[in-house]
Design a protein around this ligand. Sequence first.
Ligand code: F6P
Length: 314
Amino acid sequence: MLDLRYRSLDYHEMDGLLHLGGTILGATNKGRFAAKTGHGEVRRIPDEICEQTKRNIDQLGLQALVCIGGDGSLTIAQQLFERGVPVVGVPKTIDNDLEATVMTFGFDSAVACATDALDRLRTTAQSHHRVMVLEVMGRYAGWIATHAGIAGGGDVILIPEIPFGYESVCAKIAEREREGKKFTLIVVAEGARALGGGFVETTGDQDREARLGGVGMVVAAEVEKRTGKETRVCVLGHLQRGGGPTTFDRLLCTRFGARAVQLIADGMYGYMVALRPPDTVAVKITEAIGRLRTVPVDGDLVQTGRALGISFGD
Ligand code: F6P
């Protein structure tokens, strides 16, 4: 939008897009457009950037801008809208942490990847009597870890919403040993924190959001030290963000896309499409941003995990 590098997505150009992940346009929410930095601090996009965007939209003769993304991208969308850009939003992030929608697209595909990783890690864990730690993404929300952890038969799930203690994690490993289960699968969300501890992160650029990652290594080292059991770590990283989307995600993004076009036709700028099963609905973008949707600690998901004997490290 800033440098007028564009591609017309006409009827023929859209062929073969459905089975791809990522962005074919190369759009980004970082750099000059960034509206979020650090641990979610909101930054006002400079006026000249918004003005340039508006000029370019006019020059291209666009009726509206469809902003597809998570909290960072939709915070940009809202700021553009407040400064006169006709915008509609579409919720897309693997983190599933947007308010106002039951699900974002990308999440189901990331969970499928993490669940598959757990299935694969189980083989080595079981064969060689090891503790295997799988670190997954999700930023400040434990949705990927909780969904994949339960679906993939994890024994311990560590999420940002529930600070964990090593005594509790090691007690679960010991309990399994007593029952003759000589291996343990631990799923740790990148934003998980030990009780009283901070995020594990790489020092980042001040113009972008903090880069979380590395907690899996920390957990593995401490567990090995305390239990004496061989403990290995696998960081799933960007594998979760690539490859073919699941059927669910293909359907969800298609429904969202059709609804977004309807919003433009109805002139509903400043709105985002959202999933409220069984329907897609329109909500104000402001309802989706500003506060992250995290895993409810007393909700059905965590209760289901606990009922199965999964430890959340608390
Ligand atoms: O928001 C999606 C996400 O994949 C997070 O789960 C993760 O923390 C972050 O993006 C990684 O972003 P990047 O690849 O820019 O470091």
